[in-house]
Each structure stands twice: as structure tokens, then as C-alpha cells.
Design a protein around this ligand. Structure first.
Ligand SMILES: *Cc1c(COP(=O)(O)O)cnc(C)c1O
Length: 219
């Protein structure tokens, strides 16, 4: 996987070191996370509470440098629970989540990293904020001292022009940097479209099956 990322980065004229691989381990047993850690993976993606909590606890008990990214749709009443263990929540797509997380106490952990999930297909059922509402959401996050806006996250729309959609995500990310200059994360690209994502400026890839093979059925 790393060789493929390096090749795609070079082809796009980018430095491979700018690109972080997040291994998406949803539905897999924790042993897989240990195996991936041993191979050098430090960033893990999970999409459902409480499975994500158990895996975060597993990682944090063992490895001081492992990070868990929550990438699934988030319900308001679970937001604070997820905020207690996640290192980054990438699926912030509405104000009510910001309000719920604003009340979070992080103890010694420091601010919680979050990213704004963009809707690239205008279908809010798949998660993500409408593009013209993203900057307002960024302003709301910037106003909460316990949250640190890392950048944007997006999933390519079904069937549409993937590269164009990723380019749109990147340009919304640039607008958000007018509000929070170090919100540099552009999290996009999955197993089947990571090359397009790299060519359009992704800083974080979320890759599952291309690393792990087929996922077990949803438990
Ligand atoms: C499952 C998932 C991925 C990984 O998808 P693959 O096709 O297995 O690489 C990436 N992002 C999100 C939001 C996911 O839910």
C-alpha cells in the first residue's frame, strides 16, 4: 500500500511524506490493529460507537503514538462519548454536534481535533454539510476553545466525476483556512479512489479493504 501511495504522490508531483495513511479497521477484530501497528501504521479509522471506543482503549493502553479517527456518522447524543476517546472526529457536519462537543471535558488531553465533513453530492442522508454552510460551521468550531479544527473530510459522490469532486473539497478546505490557518487536513480517498484523491491534494487517505481485504459482515 505504501509503495502505491508513494508512486501516486510522485506522479502528482507531491512528497509522499505529506500524506498520512489512516487504516480503516471497522468490523475487524483488535488483533488486526496490533498487526498493522507492528507494520508501522499509527492512524486508525473507525465508524461506529461503541466498537470505536473499545479499539481506541485497546490502542491507547498499548501505544502512546497510535491515533483513532472517528469517521462515521455521529448522533448528537453520542458525540460527547466519542469525544472522550477519539483523537480526531472527522465527521462534524452540523452545529448541534459542535454544541454537544463544546461541553466536553477533556481533562489533560488538550483540545479535541475535529474535521468538517463536506457533502459533495448534496445528499445529506450520506452525511456531510452543504458546501455553502461549511465556513459558518468552521467559525462555530473556531469559537470553541476545547476544539481544534484540523480541516475537511469528504467521500466521493457515487457515479460522479471523482477528481472534480475532490478538487471542490480541496477548495472548500482552502476557504476554511482563511478562518483557521492551520486547518490543513484534507481527508479524502478510499481504496478505489485514493490516486485521484492524491492528485487533488489529499493529506489523509482513509483506506480499508485495499489493506485488509474484504471486511467481515457488520457485527
Ligand atoms: C469504510 C470507510 C472507508 C474505507 O473504505 P474502503 O473502501 O474499504 O477503503 C473510508 N471512509 C469512510 C468514511 C468509511 O466509512
Amino acid at each position: 500500500m505504501r509503495t502505491e501511495i508513494t508512486d501516486a504522490a510522485r506522479a502528482a508531483g507531491r512528497a509522499p511524506e505529506e500524506i498520512t495513511l489512516i487504516a480503516v479497521t471497522k468490523y475487524h477484530p483488535v488483533e488486526l490493529l496490533d498487526e498493522l501497528y507492528a507494520l508501522g501504521v499509527r492512524d486508525f479509522g473507525e465508524n461506529r460507537h461503541p466498537e470505536s471506543r473499545d479499539k481506541a482503549n485497546h490502542l491507547h493502553e498499548r501505544y502512546s503514538d497510535a491515533r483513532l479517527h472517528f469517521i462515521g456518522q455521529l448522533q448528537r447524543n453520542k458525540a460527547r462519548q466519542v469525544g472522550r476517546y477519539a483523537d480526531c472526529i472527522q465527521s462534524i457536519d452540523r452545529l448541534e454536534l459542535v454544541d454537544a462537543l463544546a461541553k466536553l471535558e477533556r481533562g489533560d488531553h488538550g483540545p479535541l481535533e475535529v474535521a468538517i465533513q463536506l457533502s459533495l453530492d448534496g445528499d445529506s442522508a450520506r452525511g456531510g454539510v452543504a458546501l455553502d454552510e461549511a465556513t459558518a460551521l468552521a467559525e462555530a468550531i473556531a469559537a470553541v476553545p476545547t476544539l481544534k479544527l484540523a480541516g475537511v473530510m469528504a467521500v466521493a459522490p457515487l457515479g460522479a466525476e471523482t477528481e472534480e469532486a475532490f478538487a471542490t473539497a480541496r477548495s472548500v478546505g482552502e476557504r476554511i483556512r482563511d478562518i483557521v490557518p492551520d486547518a490543513t487536513m484534507v481527508s479524502m480517498g478510499m481504496s478505489h479512489d485514493f490516486r485521484s484523491a492524491i492528485s487533488q491534494g489529499a493529506t489523509h487517505l482513509r483506506i480499508g479493504t485495499a489493506i485488509t481485504g474484504n471486511r467481515p459482515d457488520r457485527p
